[in-house]
Design a protein around this ligand. Structure first.
Ligand code: BGC
Length: 789
């Protein structure tokens, strides 16, 4: 991104932030749900018996994040104006504890004298400088208080990665010093990590912490949630949605991350635990799916083999002494076959209700064989471009984390089964080597082999599509216009079609509440006269980003840590109501890209390293939100896995990894929740910008997955010519892919002028066809009908 781009983007976001309007009213039901979600998201990593705290425990709290808590990350997925914020001290003060007031006062004074502003776009603080404490001060605190609590805070944000530096991935010298001092003088030390991203935790192995909690960024109820968990008012039930490896260098994407021009996804499908479980379990400190409770559970599982599926019945009993919830996780281990496969793959999970001591809950899992299939993108199995089940044993494991699994049975498949024959789509056009698991002397070893390159050009697929494209026909009456959708579409002039397939222009539309992200639909007077209403969009994953007070939600990673689909749907329902109340029609959320690397600047907005967990979380949220007749807009489709040069970077990734990892979450979300809209990403995927990606938008989303909704660009797109068709560029190129709406509408964020490429292209015989534009118009009207009808 050029400097010019940065400056302009910055201006946009500053404009949005100016002034906060409205009453500080809030919905108590939402507050309660958010408190529950934040508490259910806190992962208990260690507990040597110090937790839960007891009434009247004497507690000394260290680390300035106790006051200056990071409630969320930065950028469009962060800037919400919450009606209130509860920090750690405020949360603890509500409990029956004897807090060390002298220390609190010191931190309060330090914090008041060292206010750190959020700063400008992309330059926000990743950490806050710690207060220096003398040994005497810590010693004296240890004489007054029996237990210490240390809070370490970190934040990341859009448009910038986290870095391998002190104050980002690593501890600062002052933090180290504080930890040294506190662990020296206190026998019992509880550590709380407040970060939206995974950070280095290798240093925790050098100290004897009595308890460690990963609290993520829990939104406006963070402090209450931490206090609830520390006191045992909520028994922790969170599980890690990401692997915490010992060293950054252990992550398989470590060397291929953050490059400017392109990034080769060399680790292929071996992302996160799929890599560690297959090749290096010893490099992990805390595995995916891991998290402790204050009680214990026993699981008893049986597996029944059916014709094309297996049924797993699990009974979960609370055998401890406190009520609690457990997450039952089901993984499968497929035969290695010719493709090579990860040793563990999450295939199902469910969270129990709150079980009383001695209480049992029975859970059932129906697993279709087809959901275990792998994609053969090279033809090594004899079935190129197909989902296949290779012959052999499919083993099923049940447990409460990757390190506590029991083999419950297997399914024996005699012969290879082709599940779905597809065509090669969106494969790499540049060669690179990708990781493959090969068996050598009974051991799985890491081997690198060239990716399979795209054979047939997209031009052929576009031509076939154009040939088969039908006339737009929909006999449904559009809103109260008295006209059918078809009649309306055929009545539109070229200018109106153009205006319907791009937003109004700027963000903060005067048609919506202050601070909105832009408007589409009735963008010009003549469209409005024909009965097309304006549709208002707002960010984002952490809450409704307007100049009005709105609930600040836990960050995406925190949500995923709850593994609680019902809860997320419930929050979605309340959230949709809030959206309606604030006058918006569409929320630009959830963010659902994969945590490919722990430094990813927007990881906090996204759910997990695992596509299944990601897809299920996103679907629950979308179902909840859309039950209010407003639209959700899952984003960013696809492979927005880094922020460096995000508008130009090319994600080079095999077709297999695309389908099994990076698109899988979207596939689950689309099929289970029918999001009314989807946002494309800024980056390129195998050489083509997402907003021009015919293969992703038309072939995969609409033709394969039968997606009926509308696709929006991320805010502004890169103008470019279609390399395959001379008179197709910019907006025409985008519509050709069936990316229906350019948002927020202007040509770029400097001029905000519209571009006439679509109308120009319609004039040429080999340009875009009227039918194609009408199809995008149809997608837009269908969306409007769903939310305004
Ligand atoms: C982000 C999107 C966001 C949009 C509107 C872009 O910078 O990538 O996620 O929804 O801005 O604010």
């Amino acid at each position: 991104m050029s400097n010019q781009d940065n400056v302009s983007e910055l201006v946009q976001h500053i404009n949005i932030k100016e002034g906060i309007l409205g009453e500080k009213n809030f919905n108590t039901k939402m507050s309660a749900l958010l408190r529950q979600a934040a508490a259910e998201s806190i992962v208990l990593l260690e507990n040597e018996g110090v937790l839960p705290l007891k009434a009247n425990n004497k507690l000394a709290v260290f680390g300035r994040s106790q006051i200056d808590y990071f409630y969320v990350g930065y950028g469009s997925g962060g800037e919400v104006n919450p009606p209130y914020l509860v920090n750690v001290i405020q949360g603890l003060e509500e409990k029956d504890l004897l807090l060390n007031k002298v220390l609190i006062k010191k931190y309060q004074t330090f914090s008041a004298n060292n206010i750190v502003e959020d700063g400008i776009w992309g330059q926000w603080p990743r950490f806050l400088e710690e207060m220096t404490l003398t040994n005497e001060e810590v010693k004296s605190a240890s004489e007054d208080s029996e237990i210490a609590l240390i809070v370490i805070g970190r934040a990341a944000g859009e448009d910038r990665e986290n870095v391998l530096e002190e104050g980002s991935y690593y501890l600062t010298q002052k933090e180290k010093q504080m930890i040294d001092q506190v662990t020296h003088y206190f026998e019992k030390v509880i550590l709380v990590i407040n970060s939206g991203n995974v950070i280095d935790l290798s240093w925790t192995e050098n100290y004897a912490f009595s308890a460690i909690l990963f609290a993520w960024q829990g939104g406006m109820e963070s402090g209450n949630a931490i206090a609830d968990v520390l006191m045992g008012d909520v028994n922790p039930s969170a599980k890690l949605p990401d692997t915490i490896a010992r060293h950054y260098e252990d992550y398989p994407s470590a060397k291929q991350f953050g490059h400017e021009e392109y990034v080769e996804y060399v680790e292929d499908i071996y992302v996160g635990y799929r890599y560690f479980e297959t090749f290096h379990p010893e490099k992990v400190i805390y595995p995916f799916g891991y998290g402790l409770s204050y009680t214990q559970f026993a699981m008893d599982s049986e597996l029944l083999v059916n014709d094309k599926s297996v049924t797993i019945n699990v009974s979960v009993t609370n055998i401890g002494e406190m009520p609690g919830k457990e997450v039952v996780q089901v993984y499968h281990e497929p035969p290695q076959g010719k493709l090579g496969k990860p040793k563990r793959n999450l295939i199902e999970f469910q969270k129990t209700e709150l079980l009383q001591p001695g209480e049992t809950e029975n859970l059932n899992f129906e697993i279709k064989l087809q959901d275990l299939a792998s994609y053969d993108d090279s033809g090594v199995t004899g079935h190129p471009f197909s989902y296949v089940l290779e012959a052999g044993e499919y083993q099923f494991y049940v447990g409460d984390s990757l390190i506590n699994l029991e083999l419950v049975g297997n399914y024996h498949l005699e012969k290879l089964l082709v599940i779905q024959k597809l065509k090669q789509i969106a494969a790499p056009v540049e060669n690179f080597n990708r990781l493959v698991a090969t068996l050598e002397e009974g051991q799985l070893v890491e081997t690198y082999q060239p990716v399979t390159l795209q054979k047939e050009s997209v031009k052929e697929r576009v031509l076939q599509h154009l040939e088969s494209l039908s006339e737009v026909s929909s006999e449904e009456t559009f809103l109260d216009t008295g006209k059918t959708v078809s009649e309306l579409i055929h009545s539109f002039s070229k200018e109106e079609l153009d205006a319907l397939t791009r937003g109004e222009g700027p963000m903060n539309s005067s048609f919506g509440p202050k601070g909105n992200a832009g408007m589409f639909g009735g963008t010009i007077e003549s469209l409005r006269q024909k009965g097309i209403p304006p549709v208002i969009t707002t960010d984002g994953p952490a809450g409704i980003r307007l100049n009005y007070y709105a609930s600040l939600l836990p960050c995406g990673t925190a949500f995923a840590s709850t593994w609680n689909l019902e809860l997320l749907e419930g929050i979605g329902i309340e959230f949709g109501k809030e959206l309606l109340d604030l006058g918006s029609d569409m929320i630009l959320a959830p963010g659902m890209n994969i945590h490919r690397n722990p430094l990813g600047g927007r990881n906090f907005e996204y759910f997990s390293e695992d596509p299944y967990l990601t897809g299920k979380m996103a679907a629950s949220y979308v179902i909840g939100v859309q039950s209010n007749q407003v639209a959700a807009c899952p984003k960013h489709f696809a492979c927005n896995n880094q922020e460096t040069n995000r508008n130009y970077n090319d994600s080079r990734v095999s077709e297999r990894a695309l389908r099994e990892i990076y698109l899988k979450g979207f596939e689950i979300c689309v099929k289970e929740s029918n999001p009314y809209s989807i946002m494309s990403s800024y980056n390129k995927i195998n050489g083509v910008w997402a907003h021009y990606h015919f293969d992703l938008a038309t072939e995969i989303l609409r033709n394969e997955w039968k997606y009926q909704g509308c696709i929006l660009t991320d805010w502004w797109m890169r103008m470019a010519k279609d390399p395959n068709f001379e008179h197709v560029e910019n907006n025409a190129y985008r519509v050709r892919a069936q990316v229906d709406i350019l948002m927020p509408g202007g040509k770029d964020f400097v001029t905000k002028e519209s571009d006439d490429s679509l109308i120009q292209s319609l004039e040429h015989l080999d340009g875009i066809t009227l039918k194609e534009v009408q199809h995008s118009a149809l997608n837009v009207l269908n969306l409007i009908q769903k939310i305004k009808g």
